[in-house]
Design a protein around this ligand. Structure first.
Ligand code: 9Z3
Length: 353
């Protein structure tokens, strides 16, 4: 099948360690024709561990949607949300030394996961390997080195000054996993991410409106197709580098149309220019048939976000008290309420049919 190369980047000054941030808008219009989902998947290097990932997702969904959920001691069927988190990489070499990255610490996804779990959801946390993890935001940056101390030749203990936060993090994480409410699946590249997303979405189809997607990951809009990628490390002695990037097909619409059409879908729109943010969020809402789009601006993303729906928009801000200090708290509450309305409406329509 013919591949459509839509963008040419000239003489990018790539070198080891150079991270290109926020590649979503490299100058090409996101309205360009979709180069083809089939082409993307055909050219992608096959997902490693796909059998084990499929099994984990299947078991997790069964555990949380079975009315004999004995392990959790819970006979109610849980809603399941797939929270995507962190940036996807775009390798420049098959034996990858250099890659393009998307800006995302993973804080939004990790914090939101905690609030979804608190609200009773089971969460598939599809995250960039090494990005922020649920229940870890209160730990120091290098928890292993800073929280623990050697007390003898072979014994380790938590340093008194960090005992409380470590205990809280361990307890919350342990109970989420123990109750079967948290499945963590890591990705690195855009290839991995989209293949895993397809696998998860197809598995969640059976959940109907109880399934949900919360697309907080920053996914690259451009990639180097596998077969046109250099196999070995690109040599700087060959002179400046010309890169041709193909457009990553938009999967959001396929999820809505085919993979999990009844799932409740929330995507995010990130801009640096506030004057176009709401317009772009509204466009995404309609183009990808999302139930809501969360609009955020790079520098203020931790302070406030605007939830854009067909009925209008609502801005939520983080509070000033400690228990209110994350914008994800009111954000997830609003999304959970919207999801409840959606389930009720879908059930009512289903009953009328
Ligand atoms: C977001 O907009 C997220 O809120 C952030 C969170 C990545 C800004 P952090 O991880 O930041 O807490 O550091 N995610 C979606 C970004 C994105 O790539 N959206 C696409 C777009 O804007 C649509 S899928 O075009």
């Amino acid at each position: 099948m013919a591949r459509k190369i839509i963008n040419e980047c000239h003489l990018l000054p790539f070198d080891l360690g150079v991270r290109m941030e926020s590649m979503n808008d490299m100058g090409a219009s996101s309205d360009m024709l979709d180069p083809g989902i089939e082409v993307f998947f055909d050219s992608a290097p096959p997902l490693k561990d796909d059998i084990s990932i499929k099994r984990k997702v299947k078991e997790f969904i069964e555990l949380n949607s079975s009315s004999s959920n004995i392990h959790a001691g819970n006979k109610t069927v849980r809603r399941i949300v797939c929270v995507t988190s962190g940036g996807t990489t775009v390798p420049l070499e098959q034996r990858c030394v250099r890659f393009i990255d998307n800006l995302s610490s993973g804080h939004r996804g990790a914090a939101s996961t905690e609030y979804f779990v608190k609200a009773g959801y089971a969460v598939i946390f599809l995250h960039r390997r090494g990005s922020c993890q649920p229940y870890c935001s209160t730990l120091p940056e290098y928890p292993f080195l800073e929280c623990f101390e050697l007390t003898g030749e072979s014994s380790v203990q938590v340093h008194q000054s960090h005992a409380e936060v470590v205990k809280r993090a361990l307890k919350s994480h342990h109970s989420a996993v123990e109750r079967g409410q948290l499945l963590k699946l890591p990705f690195t590249t855009t290839f991995d991410y989209l293949q895993m997303l397809q696998l998860i979405a197809l598995s969640m189809k059976s959940l109907g409106p109880l399934g949900s997607f919360y697309f907080a990951a920053a996914v690259s809009d451009f990639y180097v197709p596998w077969e046109s990628m250099a196999e070995h490390k690109i040599q700087s002695a060959s002179g400046p580098l010309d890169l041709r990037l193909a457009q990553v097909p938009k999967m959001l619409k396929v999820i809505r149309d085919e993979w999990a059409p009844m799932a409740f879908c929330i995507s995010f729109k990130l801009e640096t220019d506030t004057s176009i943010l709401l317009e772009k969020a509204n466009m995404a809402l309609r183009k990808y048939d999302m139930h809501a789009v969360v609009a955020n601006e790079l520098l203020t993303r931790k302070e406030q976000v605007t939830i854009v729906t067909r009925e209008g928009s609502t801005t939520v801000r983080r509070g000033e008290t400690e228990s209110d200090s994350e914008v994800e708290k009111p954000l997830v509450k609003l999304i959970v309420d919207m999801h409840s309305d959606y389930i009720e409406e879908s059930t009512r329509i289903g009953c009328e049919k």
